[in-house]
Design a protein around this ligand. Structure first.
Ligand SMILES: NC(=O)C1=CN([C@@H]2O[C@H](COP(=O)(O)OP(=O)(O)OC[C@H]3O[C@@H](n4cnc5c(N)ncnc54)[C@H](O)[C@@H]3O)[C@@H](O)[C@H]2O)C=CC1
Ligand SMILES: O=C(CO)COP(=O)(O)O
Length: 408
C-alpha cells in the first residue's frame, strides 16, 4: 500500500551485468556496500560473467600444481578464489560477489541492474534478457559509448531503458578501474532522474502509482510506460543509489543530467585516442591540452546540437566532465594504447588484439559510430577533431596535420 510505514518486505537484489576490468571493480565496491546496508539490499551481488576458460598463471597464489596449465572456467575460479584472475588480477573480491555464467539466472528477480560491459555487447545482452527481468527493475549504466542506428544517436542508458521497458540512469567519472579496485580515492558522477511514479519518498507517499510516464533523454514524454517500484521494496532514488555506490575511496556526486554524464563519458574516448596519437608522435602536454580543449568544445557542441532540451553545462565540471577528459587523455587505456600504436607503427586493432588480453578500447568503435551519425546528418565538418581521429584510425590523415585543425 502506498505510504505504508511498515518496513518493506523485500530488499533490492543487485546484479552487475558484466565482469571486465570495470565491471569486476564495480561489483566489488557495490558488494562492500550491500554488506553495510542490509536493510536495503540483499547481501549477495550477482555478477554475470561472459564465460571463458582461463589458465591461472604459475605466479598467482591461486595456482594449483595439480591443475597446472589446464584451462578452468573463469566463474569457477572467481567463486573459489574470489579473484577475477583475467580482468582484475591481484584484487581480492568480497565473498558476496557471486560470479554467474547464466545471464538469465543472474538477472532473475533483480530489482537493480548495473550494466557494465563494452558497449558493443549491450545490444545482444538486452535482446537476451528482455522479458526475463522484473518489470519494476531499475538500471544504472556504467558503459561509456553510444548506440547509433543510421542517423539516430542514442545514449546507452536510453537504449537499455527503451529496449527493456525500465528506467535506466548512468554512472560515469574519472575512474581508472585498477586504481579504484586498489581503493585509491577518486570521484564519480551518477545521473538519475527518479521517475515520477517512484517518488514516494520525495513527495510523501501519495503519488506512487502502479505505473507511469517519464521523460526521456530529450525531455519528451517517453513511449515506455514504467512499472513503479512496488511499495514492498525500498525506494530507488538518489539516497539509495548513493548508499549502493559511495565508498570512502569512491566519492559519488548525484545529478540529474543523464545526457551530459553519458555523452561526456562516451566522447572523451575519441579525444583520448587523439592524445595518444599526439604523444606517440613525440609531442607532449602542451599539445595534448590543446587537443583536450578542442575535444571538450566538440563534446559540448555535440550535446547542445543533438540534446538541446536537457543538457546542463554544469555537468562538464563534474567528475564525468573535465576530470574524466583529463584522466582519460593522460593515463587510461585508449590513450595508452593509441600512443603505443603510433610508436610501433601498427594499427589500433592490432594493439588491442596483442596487448589487451581481452579488454576493449571503446574509442575505436565510438569514433566510427559518432562519425557515421555525423556523416548521415551531413555535419561532420563541424567536428574537425572527431573527423581527424577517424582519419588517423583509417590511415587517411596524419597526426602531424592535427595543428591545421586549430587554424580558423
Ligand atoms: N576499465 C576502466 O578503467 C573503465 C571502464 N569503463 C567502461 O566500462 C565498460 C566496461 O569496460 P570494462 O569492464 O573495462 O571491460 P574490459 O574491456 O575490461 O573487458 C571486456 C569484457 O567484455 C567481455 N566480453 C567479451 N566478449 C563478449 C561478448 N561477446 N558478450 C559479452 N561480453 C563479452 C569479456 O568477458 C570482458 O568481461 C566500458 O564501456 C568502459 O568504457 C568506465 C570507467 C573505467
Ligand atoms: O573511462 C575511463 C577513465 O575514466 C577508462 O578509460 P579506458 O577505457 O580508456 O581505460
Amino acid at each position: 500500500m502506498a505510504g505504508s510505514s511498515d518496513s518493506p518486505r523485500h530488499k533490492h537484489k543487485v546484479t552487475v551485468v558484466g565482469s571486465g576490468n570495470w565491471g569486476t571493480t564495480v561489483a566489488k565496491l557495490v558488494a562492500e556496500n550491500t554488506r553495510e546496508h542490509k536493510d536495503i539490499f540483499e547481501e549477495d551481488v550477482q555478477m554475470w560473467v561472459f564465460e571463458e576458460n582461463v589458465v591461472v598463471p604459475s605466479d598467482s597464489p591461486h595456482y594449483d600444481a595439480a591443475v597446472g596449465d589446464k584451462p578452468q572456467k573463469l566463474t569457477s575460479v572467481i567463486n573459489t578464489h574470489h579473484e577475477n584472475v583475467k580482468y582484475l588480477p591481484k584484487i581480492q573480491l568480497p565473498p558476496n560477489v557471486v560470479a554467474n555464467p547464466s545471464l538469465l539466472d543472474a538477472v532473475k528477480d533483480s530489482s537493480i541492474l548495473i550494466f557494465n560491459l563494452p558497449h558493443e555487447f549491450i545490444g545482444n545482452v538486452c535482446k537476451q534478457i528482455k522479458g526475463h527481468i522484473l518489470p519494476s527493475a531499475r538500471g544504472i549504466s556504467c558503459i561509456k559509448g553510444v548506440t547509433v542506428t543510421e542517423d539516430k544517436v542514442e545514449l546507452i542508458s536510453e537504449y537499455i531503458g527503451e529496449t527493456l521497458g525500465i528506467y535506466c540512469g548512468a554512472l560515469s567519472g574519472a575512474n581508472i578501474a585498477n586504481e579504484i579496485a586498489n581503493e585509491l580515492w577518486c570521484e564519480t558522477t551518477i545521473a538519475y532522474n527518479t521517475p515520477p511514479c517512484d517518488r514516494r519518498a520525495e513527495n510523501g507517499a501519495a503519488n506512487n502509482s502502479a505505473e507511469g510516464e517519464h521523460r526521456d533523454a530529450r525531455g519528451q514524454v517517453s513511449k515506455t510506460k514504467l512499472t513503479a517500484v512496488p511499495d514492498d521494496y525500498p525506494p530507488v532514488s538518489h539516497a539509495e543509489l548513493y548508499k549502493l555506490f559511495d565508498r570512502p575511496y569512491f566519492t559519488v556526486s548525484m545529478v540529474s543530467d543523464v545526457v551530459g554524464v553519458s555523452l561526456a563519458g562516451a566522447l572523451k574516448n575519441i579525444v583520448a585516442l587523439a592524445c595518444g596519437f599526439i604523444e606517440g608522435h613525440g609531442w607532449n602536454m602542451t599539445a595534448k591540452t590543446a587537443v583536450m580543449r578542442r575535444g571538450m568544445l566538440e563534446t559540448i557542441q555535440f550535446c547542445q546540437e543533438f540534446f538541446p532540451e536537457t543538457i546542463q553545462e554544469m555537468t562538464f565540471w563534474e567528475s564525468a566532465g573535465w576530470s574524466d577528459m583529463i584522466v582519460s587523455c593522460t593515463s587510461a587505456r585508449n590513450w595508452r594504447y593509441s600512443k603505443m600504436a603510433v610508436e610501433r607503427g601498427v594499427s589500433l586493432h592490432e594493439v588491442e588484439r596483442t596487448e589487451l588480453n581481452g579488454q576493449k578500447l571503446q574509442g575505436i568503435s565510438t569514433t566510427k559510430e559518432v562519425m557515421s551519425f555525423l556523416k548521415a546528418r551531413g555535419v561532420q565538418d563541424k567536428y574537425p577533431l572527431f573527423k581527424a581521429v577517424e582519419g588517423i584510425v583509417d590511415g587517411d590523415f596524419k597526426v602531424e596535420d592535427i595543428p591545421v585543425l586549430f587554424r580558423q
